[in-house]
Design a protein around this ligand. Structure first.
Ligand SMILES: CC(=O)SCCNC(=O)CCNC(=O)[C@H](O)C(C)(C)COP(=O)(O)OP(=O)(O)OC[C@H]1O[C@@H](n2cnc3c(N)ncnc32)[C@H](O)[C@@H]1OP(=O)(O)O
Ligand SMILES: O=C([O-])CC(=O)C(=O)O
Length: 378
């Protein structure tokens, strides 16, 4: 076997063969199953896109209706899951609550019948259906309220916003939210998808796969950056303070959250769409000073860091959209997870179709044949 050069962060090393999505980081192109993200954002829905990602083709009308119906039917969560979540500390981060609850689903449904297409379908449906309900339930319970039941007459995104806010959402907000889910649904071999595939490769159950991916998504270098972006815009506070803030951070070699990407060396196409969605929301619900700060920051970062290929990524404008919808900052990453479940499931299925357990190697840098020193002599 040839020994490859060690690459920190496995940069540029293929970790799977996949037909789920494609990124051209030089040209800013993202495609799900070959279809451009711009087209899906405009014409599709999150559930239709999830079907495309997971089953590989766009559904017929009948297939989509059956899929939507199954998901609607499975939205409720068992009272024992709700009771378990009630015991979580209300000060806990909703991503931790989600990771624990996703793993807990495995207590109820795990049979690891991975060769059975009906088991795969049921797991796909349950996870897509129940994860939003769990996110909304934790939000209400940490405020001391009972969770509200899902509404069968509402679509996927409208129902989530209803469960979160206990009132029906504005139709434009519901549509924009649905587009946000589509934009976040999948992105090749990112850290959380890699984590999902590694976990899947051991043939454990899909609930454990999702729990491990949720845990990976939460970090500030990955999905957790969307929360950090809002904190950063608040800290900057005014358009005038953008450049001094940036100078100070660059001097301290600190990262600017929501910027930079391992693959994109131009502006992330999802950031462009999200910026446009933010503008639509501002037109209807009023402008936001944080948007002006964000635009000025993008301009200033471009002046300083474009030579390194550092531009806004998907996490930069998403928080502004969610904030305008009144969604609390610490729910941004769980919402990212609601969307990314579709991509994780697509990769879980693909991994099972041609599985080999992940077991890379390492470059050992430690000692050999070292002496054991008795404790009293250390
Ligand atoms: C959904 C997502 O996961 S999107 C990414 C969300 N994460 C963030 O927004 C956090 C901020 N960004 C980052 O930390 C990085 O750009 C990552 C994690 C996204 C990519 O990391 P890597 O590919 O490992 O790039 P790395 O961190 O090595 O940076 C390469 C160079 O660009 C610089 N750089 C990268 N991102 C930034 C940034 N956001 N601000 C300032 N400088 C940056 C680094 O300092 C480094 O410079 P150097 O070569 O002079 O030392
Ligand atoms: O691809 C990546 O490394 C991160 C990212 O943008 C995503 O997961 O959406």
């Amino acid at each position: 076997m040839t020994v490859c050069e060690y690459k920190p962060g496995l940069e540029g090393i293929p970790a799977a063969q996949s037909s789920v999505s494609y990124v051209d980081g030089q040209q800013g192109i993202l495609q799900y199953r070959g279809i451009r993200i711009e087209e899906l954002a405009e014409k599709s829905t999150f559930l239709e896109t999830s079907y495309l990602l997971i089953w590989g083709t766009l559904p017929t009308k009948e297939e989509l209706e059956a899929f939507e119906h199954e998901i609607r039917y499975h939205r409720r969560i068992k009272y024992r899951i709700r009771d378990m979540m009630k015991c979580f500390p209300e000060s806990g981060h909703p991503m931790d609550a989600l990771q624990a609850s996703a793993a807990a689903l495995g207590l109820f449904y795990s049979r690891r019948d991975l060769d059975n297409p009906a088991y795969i379908r049921a797991a796909v449906v349950r996870l897509l259906a129940k994860i939003p309900t769990m996110v909304a339930a934790f939000q209400l319970m940490r405020k001391g309220n009972d969770p509200v039941q899902p509404r069968d007459d509402l679509g996927y995104s409208a129902n989530f916003l209803y469960m979160l806010n206990e009132r029906e959402p504005d139709p434009l907000a519901a549509r924009i939210f649905d587009v946000c889910l589509t934009l976040h649904a999948e992105h090749t071999m990112n850290a959380s998808t890699f984590s999902a595939r590694v976990t899947a490769s051991t043939l454990t159950d899909p609930y454990a796969v999702m729990a491990s991916a949720v845990g990976t998504l939460g970090g500030p270098l990955h999905g957790g950056a969307n929360e950090e972006v809002i904190a950063m815009l608040e800290e900057i506070g005014s358009v005038e303070n953008v450049r001094p803030y940036l100078e100070d951070r660059l001097e301290r070699k600190a990262k600017i959250m929501g910027f930079g990407h391992r693959v994109y060396k131009v502006k992330d196409p999802r950031a462009t769409i999200l910026q446009n969605l933010a503008e639509q929301l501002f037109e209807k619900f009023g402008r936001d000073k944080y948007y002006d700060i964000a635009v000025e920051l993008e301009r200033a970062v471009e002046e300083k860091l474009a030579h390194k290929g550092i531009y806004p990524n998907v996490d930069f404008y998403s928080g502004l959209v969610y904030s305008k919808m009144g969604i609390p900052t610490d729910l941004f990453t769980p919402i990212f997870a609601i969307a990314r479940v579709a991509g994780w499931l697509a990769h879980w299925k693909e991994q099972l179709e041609e599985n080999r357990i992940y077991r890379p190697t390492q470059v050992y840098t430690g000692l050999h044949e070292a002496a054991y020193i008795p404790i009293e002599e250390r």
